[in-house]
Write a protein of this length. Structure first.
Length: 46
């Protein structure tokens, strides 16, 4: 039972880490796109 519990904890941690990684990736994509939009705007203005 204790072993099962600890393996459960591990899988939960992995799930949380995976979710955080996905969030980070989304944020990176968002910042990347924002940067692109800004650069495009600057180019258009110039």
């Amino acid at each position: 039972m204790a072993y099962y519990h600890s393996s459960n904890q591990t899988s939960l941690k992995l799930i949380v880490m995976e979710k955080q990684k996905r969030k980070m990736k989304l944020r990176e994509n968002w910042e990347f796109w924002n940067m692109n939009i800004r650069i495009n705007c600057i180019i258009k203005i110039n």
